[in-house]
Design a protein around this ligand. Structure first.
Ligand code: PLP
Length: 384
């Protein structure tokens, strides 16, 4: 019995739909009196002698979440205290002095980790334009690893992961995908041949803005063992209760995502024809610059994130966001409640060239008409 698992899990049948896997995986095996949910384990130490000696070694609550995430992504999951802790562990896989390709438009938190590591001469960062498949493939020569983020935060750029991975494999380059925006229900990078997937479980997987947690899902045992050892040695462990809550959130991912996505597509269409909106980014929207790639890589939908530019000043944009009543003016994303923010409030996003009035909109599961009238009235109140 692996030491961090509740004696045994319900077997996941290979013919199950992903939506069923999200509901069933990581539950205790069914025997008379077995609980429906893996109990929360809140313990820093364990009675000798087992493999599970101390709280950094493992935990049943992480084990249940990891079983579910591994089944959903088609790999072996290791959870960490946050998405960035997970990204830090992945970065440590890169050979000392190695070259890492990073998209200019990657989430600025992960870019910051790589820049810090570069400052300490741990690795070299080379920026790439990941949305441009040909340019990305050309940039592969001489690299040791490539970091892909797709769908990208906050530009909603889509990467042709299968095409890029295919070329990277020929050159023995480690391929990593931050798949937070797409979730395993819309994109499974390991099926495209990628080595490693990052999920900020904080976002759609947890889904309720009540925890921070990250996961690394690996195809190979060697990489998965590295992750477990890294977590043990560096100590970025999730809390037992947070892992329980994340798995509880994951149970409803399929219905939450479906609703967010339906709302997002409808709002994207309406925003696109609004006279005060300059540009809408949503890959599922026909006519979007990413639409063609999205139909190939994300055939089942593009999730609940969109972004748009308002035809006004950054100050007025902030006034609009502050006037909203249903949608909350706040950072983060992926919860049942709608959140919005102007991303260039952060220096790193200004430096990355994000347009000054670009609003990143995490579309929740509220009634779509309430969301639309909230947006419409805030825009007309400020801009007339
Ligand atoms: C939020 C986010 C992260 C970082 O995850 P945390 O859980 O906040 O540490 C990484 N990548 C993307 C795309 C994100 O949105």
């Amino acid at each position: 019995m692996p030491n961090n698992q509740y004696p045994e899990f319900v077997p996941v049948e290979p013919n199950w739909n992903q939506n069923t896997v999200a509901v069933q995986a990581g539950r205790p095996a069914r025997f008379a009196g077995a609980p429906m949910n893996t109990p929360v384990t809140l313990s820093s130490t364990y009675v000798h002698t087992t493999d599970l000696g101390y709280g950094r070694d493992g935990n049943q609550s992480w084990g249940a979440l990891e079983e579910a995430l591994g089944q959903l992504e088609g790999g072996i999951a290791t959870t960490f205290s946050s998405g960035l802790a997970a990204a830090t562990a992945i970065a440590d896989l890169i050979v000392p002095g190695g070259t890492l390709l990073v998209p200019t438009g990657a989430y600025y938190g992960v870019k910051n980790i790589f820049e810090r590591l570069e400052m300490h001469k741990r690795l070299n960062v080379r920026l790439i334009d990941l949305g441009n498949t040909d340019a990305t493939i050309e940039a592969l020569e001489g690299a040791d690893a490539i970091w892909m983020e797709s769908i990208a935060n906050p530009t909603l750029v889509v990467a042709d992961i299968p095409a890029i991975v295919n070329e990277a494999k020929k050159l023995n380059i480690l391929t990593i995908v931050d798949s937070t925006f797409a979730t395993p229900l819309r994109q499974r990078p390991l099926d495209f041949g990628a080595d490693i997937v990052l999920q900020s479980v904080t976002k759609f997987l947890g889904g309720h803005s009540d925890l921070l947690l990250g996961a690394v899902i690996c195809k190979s045992n060697a990489h998965a063992e590295f992750m477990v050892k890294h977590r043990h040695d560096f100590g970025a462990i999730p809390g037992g209760f947070d892992a329980f809550l994340a798995l509880r959130g994951l149970r409803t991912l399929a219905v939450r995502l479906d609703r967010s996505e339906t709302n997002a597509l409808e709002l994207a269409k309406r925003l696109k024809s609004h006279p005060k909106i300059k540009k809408v980014n949503y890959p599922a929207l026909p006519g979007d610059s990413q639409h063609e790639k999205a139909t190939k890589v994300l055939p089942n939908g593009c999730g609940g994130m969109l972004s748009f530019e308002i035809d006004t000043t950054p100050e007025r944009t902030d006034q609009i966001l502050e006037s909203l009543k249903v949608i909350t003016h706040a950072t983060s994303l992926g919860g049942v409640e709608s959140l919005i923010e102007r991303r260039t409030r952060y220096e790193a996003e200004r430096e990355a060239g994000v347009p000054m009035t670009l609003c990143r909109f995490s579309v929740g599961i509220e009634n779509v008409e309430d969301l639309w009238s909230d947006l419409e009235s805030a825009i007309s109140m400020v801009l007339g």
